[in-house]
Design a protein around this ligand. Structure first.
Ligand SMILES: NC(=O)c1ccc[n+]([C@@H]2O[C@H](COP(=O)([O-])OP(=O)(O)OC[C@H]3O[C@@H](n4cnc5c(N)ncnc54)[C@H](O)[C@@H]3O)[C@@H](O)[C@H]2O)c1
Length: 261
C-alpha cells in the first residue's frame, strides 16, 4: 500500500452518482482508482476528471453480472497495482412495478445486478485481498433494504440482501484481514432518483427527513471513504445509515402533527 493509506480501489458503477463521487473522494485522499461501469464512456469521463484534478485513475467497462468482465477488470488492477485494497460496489439498478403485476423477469434482473453483481465482484476482490492479508469491501445497501417501499419488491429485497451478503463476507473474510461493510443511503440526489422521482415525490419524501434536505453523493462518499480507510479496521459487518435521520423517525415523524400542550 502507498503512503496515502488507501492504496488502490476499484469502484463499480463509478460512472454516475454515488459511485462517481466515491471515486473522486477516494482519489482526493490519495487512492489510485479503477473506475468501472456498464457505461464505458461514463467511466472514462470520471477517470479523466480524476486525472484532471491530479489524481491517478484508469477506466474500464465492466458489467458486474458478467464473470468474464469482472475477471478482466480485476486482472487489469493486478497488472497495474498488484490488485486492489478497496472495492466499492455502487453499481445498482432500480425498477419499480406494482407488486401484483411485478414480472419475474424484472425481479431477476434487479437481483442479478444488485445482489449477484456484488457477490461476484466481492468474491473476486477478496481472492486477491486474502493473498495480501488486507482489504476493505464497501457495499451500497439502502434505507429501502430496511423499510418497505411501494413498487420495490425487487429493489427493496435486493438492498436487504446486500446487508446479509455483507455480513457473510464480514464473517468469512474477517480472519483474513478483510472487512466488509455496507452504507445505507437515504434519498440522495443522483441520476437514479432524479429519473425516478416527481417533484411531488421529492416533497413528500423530504417531509420525512429531519435534516430537511436531499442527500448529496458527497454525504455518502464520506461514509464510504471512512469504511474504506485503514482507520476502520475494527468495523466489520456494519451497516452505516446515512439518511438525514429518516430511519430514526416513527409514526409522528412529520412536522404537520401538532404537539398538544
Ligand atoms: N440515489 C439514492 O437515493 C440511493 C439511495 C440508496 C441506495 N442507493 C444505491 O447507491 C448505488 C448508486 O446509485 P446512484 O444513485 O448513484 O445511481 P446511478 O444510476 O446514478 O448510478 C448507477 C451506476 O451503475 C451503473 N450500472 C448499472 N447496472 C450496471 C451493471 N450491470 N454493471 C455495472 N454498472 C452498472 C450505471 O451505468 C450507473 O452508472 C446503487 O446501488 C443504489 O441502489 C442510491
Amino acid at each position: 500500500m502507498d503512503r496515502s493509506g488507501y492504496g488502490a480501489a476499484l469502484v463499480t458503477g463509478g460512472g454516475s452518482g454515488i459511485g462517481r463521487q466515491c471515486a473522486l473522494t477516494l482519489a482526493h485522499r490519495g487512492a489510485k482508482i479503477l473506475v468501472t461501469d456498464l457505461n464505458a464512456e461514463a467511466a472514462d469521463r470520471v477517470a479523466e476528471e480524476i486525472r484532471g484534478l491530479g489524481g491517478a485513475a484508469e477506466a474500464m467497462a465492466m458489467d458486474v453480472t458478467d464473470p468474464s468482465q469482472v475477471e478482466a477488470a480485476f486482472s487489469r488492477a493486478e497488472a497495474l497495482w498488484d490488485g486492489v485494497d478497496i472495492l466499492v460496489n455502487s453499481a445498482g439498478l432500480i425498477i419499480v412495478e406494482p407488486l401484483l403485476d411485478f414480472r419475474l423477469e424484472t425481479f431477476e434482473k434487479v437481483m442479478s445486478v444488485n445482489v449477484a453483481g456484488s457477490f461476484l465482484t466481492g468474491q473476486r476482490a477478496a481472492r486477491t485481498m486474502a493473498r495480501r492479508g488486507y482489504g476493505r469491501i464497501v457495499n451500497l445497501s439502502s434505507v429501502s433494504g430496511q423499510r418497505a417501499g411501494v413498487g420495490r419488491a425487487a429493489y427493496g429485497t435486493s438492498k436487504a440482501a446486500i446487508i446479509g451478503l455483507t455480513r457473510q463476507f464480514a464473517l468469512e473474510l474477517g480472519p483474513l484481514g478483510i472487512t466488509a461493510n455496507a452504507v445505507a443511503p437515504g434519498v440522495i440526489e443522483t441520476p437514479m432518483t432524479l429519473n425516478a422521482y416527481s417533484q411531488e415525490t421529492w416533497e413528500k419524501v423530504l417531509g420525512m427527513v429531519p435534516t430537511g434536505r436531499r442527500g448529496r453523493p458527497e454525504d455518502i462518499a464520506e461514509a464510504v471513504a471512512y469504511l474504506a480507510s485503514p482507520h476502520a479496521s475494527y468495523v466489520n459487518g456494519e451497516v452505516l445509515t446515512v439518511d438525514g435521520g429518516y430511519m430514526a423517525t416513527g409514526m409522528t415523524q412529520t412536522g404537520s402533527i401538532a404537539l398538544r400542550r
